[in-house]
Ligand binder design. Structure first.
Ligand SMILES: [Zn+2]
Length: 229
């Protein structure tokens, strides 16, 4: 019945069949078969609809990154309960194929990822996105305390499962700041827990094999969620 409905829609609106359900939707094996697995992993220019969602959020006024430098990447991923869900990222066109390939390999290996939604769904609030363990890439923002653009501002960095792979920096006075703030217990990297990225982890191997640097290798700042090119 669903197939018939989709076919009918496709005849009426030829673009409809290619439109996937929104990011975060649970996909059954039958759903995936209807869309075709390969077409669930796709790189495309930013559609008007995607670009509109980003306005004033990840793409603020005065954003110096051109729309045509960015790509919209659709993926599937396993969540932490083993369901397959749709996901989407906006990234720089320079890494778009890498990202699509990496997420395809993660999917093929049933690698668990909490959610893969645009940071615009969190009002471009990185803290909220990280607290929700959301994996994301592009967000136009500066490096804290400087004029330099972060790799995320250019869409050249991906944060994976940020709750389990927080960012920890040392503040003056010997204190630490952990982001997200609900991830303090995951800063002890000698412990075993799900979704932990270390040098044996599949994410680590896939990203570094394509020339990405891992924030977990940095010395003063540890950014275990972060891969950048
Ligand atoms: Zn990052």
């Amino acid at each position: 019945m669903r197939t018939l409905g989709l076919l009918l829609l496709a005849m009426l609106f030829p673009a409809t069949l290619s439109a996937q359900p929104p990011a975060g939707t649970v996909m059954s094996a039958a759903d995936i078969a209807e869309y075709g697995l390969d077409s669930c992993f796709r790189v495309a220019p930013l559609s008007d609809a995607v670009f509109a969602r980003m306005q004033g959020k990840s793409y603020p006024k005065g954003c110096r990154i051109g729309r045509n430098e960015l790509r919209h990447v659709r993926v599937l991923h396993y969540d932490l309960e083993g369901h397959v869900r749709t996901g989407e990222l906006v990234c720089n066109r320079q890494i778009a194929d890498d990202v699509a390939e990496i997420f395809r390999e993660l999917y093929d290996n049933k690698y668990p990822i909490g959610s893969v939604r645009l940071i615009d769904d969190f009002d471009a609030d990185d803290r909220q996105s990280m607290r929700a363990n959301n994996t994301s890439c592009f967000c136009y923002r500066g490096v804290a305390g400087g004029k330099k653009l972060s790799k995320h501002a250019r869409g050249l960095a991906v944060d994976i499962n940020p709750l389990y792979n927080p960012c920890r920096r040392r503040l003056s006075g010997g204190k630490w700041r952990v982001e997200p703030d609900n991830a303090v217990k995951y800063c002890d990297r000698s412990k075993a827990f799900p979704c932990k990225i270390d040098r044996n982890d599949l994410c680590y191997r896939l990203f570094t094999a394509r020339g990405f640097r891992w924030g977990g290798n940095w010395r003063t700042l540890k950014d275990w969620q972060h891969f950048e090119k």
